[in-house]
Each structure stands twice: as structure tokens, then as C-alpha cells.
Design a protein around this ligand. Sequence first.
Ligand code: COA
Length: 246
Amino acid sequence: PISGMDLILTEVKGQVALMTLNRPKELNALNRQLLEDLSETLSRLKEDSKLRVLIITGAGDRAFVAGADIGEMADMDRNQAEMFARFGNRVMNQIHYFPLPVIAAVNGFALGGGFELALACDLRLASDKASFAFPETGLGITPGFGGTQRLARQTGPMTAFDLIMTGRRIKAQEAKDLGLVLDVIPADLLLDRAWDLASSIAQKAPVAIREAKRAIRDGLDLTLTEGLTLEEVAFGCCFETQDQKK
Ligand code: COA
């Protein structure tokens, strides 16, 4: 069954939810309404105790997300722009810190805010038609939804300097070579592979998965010593579950 708001379609199969960003005529560009609906959908899915994994993709066969909505940003002043970036970062953080694993199924253009949205996900699969770029510096702006921070953390700073400073567009295979995507899949098989990956994770112990994600995610914000303490707590927590006792 497919439900949801017009701009975000949600389909739940078993313990996996697929969210489709649905503005295909505008290549799923992130306008304010779409970001608000995305935020609301994430909050709702977070409360669904049956779910184990979330997949995010874009509607249509051309784009994952072609960026933040350029028209909406055009007339912003400094303060409005800063607030818009803060709002976008809050939504990206809902994905980044979502208590379940989040898989991006990148089915086409992942540009600017679309690349950033994919980077906020834990695992990225790309179709062989996908491409990635940060066109922002060519538009007189910087990435504003986490790109400067998450790209540098994912690839190391040099690739972030390269992609953000040149704006060059890379294909799925180069994204894989740079460690940005887990695998490149023929376009017509992308969603099947995403469901398969999601199901294989959904079969694992849910508390262990949740705690592992939390330890990896939160650990990246900490020193090694602090991170290891976090891991000890996560490890201990699993020993109160049936999955560990069986
Ligand atoms: N914001 C708002 N609208 C966008 C958009 C964006 N980021 N990206 C695409 N669109 C819209 C186009 O305006 C067009 O709308 P229209 O049919 O009403 O004119 C529609 O999506 C289709 O895009 P179009 O440019 O006609 O397709 P194309 O195949 O010629 O080019 C792209 C595809 C992705 C190369 C091109 O749309 C593009 O460069 N988009 C902007 C990407 C970008 O800079 N994103 C970062 C923003 S910070």
C-alpha cells in the first residue's frame, strides 16, 4: 500500500519503509514544502515500532534530487539564507540520526541538496544512471545542507575540496571508487537491490542494529576514548535482549 503526502510517498512492505520524494517534473528539487513533508514523514516513521529499515529514493527515472529549489532561494537575504540552511540541516539530521538504518537508492541526478540528502543516509546504492555533483560554487553559494561537513568526513578533505570547488559531475562508478556509494546497480534493478539490502539488515537483531548505528554515528562526533565508552554501553545494552539470550 502506498500512502503519504503528495510530495512524499510512503510504501511499507514487511518491516521496511520506502519513501519516494515525489516532484518528478522538477527533478524532485527540495522546496520548503517538500522538506517540511519529509520532516513530518520521518517523525511519523520514527514512531512506528514495526519498522526496521528505511529506503529513500526519487520519483521518475531522471533524478534522485536535483538540489534545493533554485527559484525559492533566488531572492533570499543573508538572514533568510542562513535560516533556510539551518532548516535543511535539521531535516538532514533527522535522517543522519534516524534510529533505524537509512538506505539511499540514488536513481539519477543527486545534485547539491540531493547529494547532501544521500550523504545523510547510512548506505548509498546508485543506479548506473546516477550522477553526483555540488554545483553550488558555480551559483555563487556554498553547499548548505551539510555537504561541506559530510563529504569531507566520508571521503577525506581532498575529494571534498575537489568536488565542491570544481563542481564537476561524477558518474556512479567514480562515486563508488571514491567510497561514496556501496555499489552501482543497473537502473531497473536498483529498488530490488535496495529492498534486498534492507531485508538482510531487517533480519538482524533490532537492538543490536540500533545500538550499532548510534555508536558509529555518535562516535564520529567524539574522541576515540569517548567513542569506545559509547560502544561499551551499546554492547552492554544488548545483553538485556532476547536476541542475545536465545
Ligand atoms: N530547483 C528548481 N527547479 C529545478 C531544479 C532545482 N534545483 N533542478 C531542475 N529543476 C527543474 C527545471 O527548472 C525544469 O523545470 P521546468 O520544466 O519548469 O523548466 C525541470 O526541473 C527539468 O529540468 P531541466 O533543466 O529542464 O532538465 P535538463 O535535463 O535540461 O537538465 C539538470 C537537468 C539537472 C542538469 C538541470 O536541471 C540543472 O542543472 N538543475 C539545477 C541543478 C543544481 O544546480 N542544483 C543545485 C542547487 S543548489
